[in-house]
Design a protein around this ligand. Sequence first.
Ligand code: SF4
Length: 419
Amino acid sequence: MFRISQYLRDLATAERTGSYPALPARRGAGLPGPVVIWNLIRRCNLTCKHCYALSADHEYAGELSTQEVFTVMDDLRAYRVPVLILSGGEPLLRPDLFDIADRAKVMGFYVGLSTNGTLIDAPMANRVARARFNYVGISLDGIGAVHDRFRRLEGAFDLSLAAVRHLHERGVKVGLRYTMTDLNAGELPALLQLMHDEGAEKFYFSHLNYAGRGNIHRGRDAHFIATRRAMDLLFDTAWRDAQAGSPREYVTGNNDADGVYLLQWVRERFPRWVEPLRQHLQAWGGNSSGVNVANIDNLGVVHPDTMWWHHSLGSVRERPFSTIWSDTSDPLMAGLKQKPRAVGGRCAQCQHVAICGGNTRVRAQQVTGDAWAEDPGCYLDDAEIGLDARAAGATERVAVTPFKSARSARIEDIPVVSS
Ligand code: SF4
């Protein structure tokens, strides 16, 4: 996750005081475990076009029982996991969701809820408020019919917007979650306006990642020029808020080249702060899959992050999460934990790899078959990464080819996978 507001608040401080804030203390041995995103249930009342979990509205056999979830929570706490993000499917469909959330709060976790919002009417909002979630993220991919088309449910936008309002009336911190593709790239200005109008505390901008239905629809990924325009708009908006002292937060996910792009944005406007910003960005280090962010799926299988459901690290039914997470006998896990990562292609030649960490390995793996190839989702051009495309040894960029199933089916014909 790339925290735009954090860097722009530092920049605002630097502009105001003439001094750039110091680097935060470094993480090291004995410090907290990863943030765990936990897909407690795969069932969902929606079948969204970009769903990495390929969820549908039916039961999935073999999901963790309440007691199994509690046992895992004990291990996570002992492993010093600081944050649990309860997700799905639609987590509110899990009957014991509030028991799990209550226990997580009592144990001292920061607890987030990631929901499509369509099930949050006034009574449900009361329950969510009583559960004392630290944060509730509600997905909105556009205004009105655009969102409904993405979510494949007429009226989904109205239901989700009503959820935002119900929760705000009850004092719950709410953020909007938006995933951009070429189908909804034009919705960003209106969604940012909606965020301001509704008083939402956070805006999470997700680039498309190539997992689940997001991989099936990867041919609809936003063009680089649209991505750059979107980032310009996000930076400009977050900068205005940072200067005004607003607590609103803007974050992005699934494309760590955003850090490099912010460095360029600052170079063009505030060149004297480029070097301190670069140091802060390098301290962040970009992609943290398999390191500072982890995923447990509905069956208890651990993955390097939510986009790696096709790669299992082991089951919490067989080994504790803490054991699985620290085991680097898995080559992918060993590679993700290596610093710097042994990325190839143009990422290996990029002068900013210390900032972005080589970006999102899932996209590289899904498109090329090699998890360490260049990230085809990097929207920076050769000059921006310090690469001379005419130099000897320079190679063509990897193209994002449309997804093809093993049976070469049409996208519409690909069935939802059930377990
Ligand atoms: S070329 Fe690779 S390492 Fe460089 S910014 Fe793009 S994704 Fe990151």
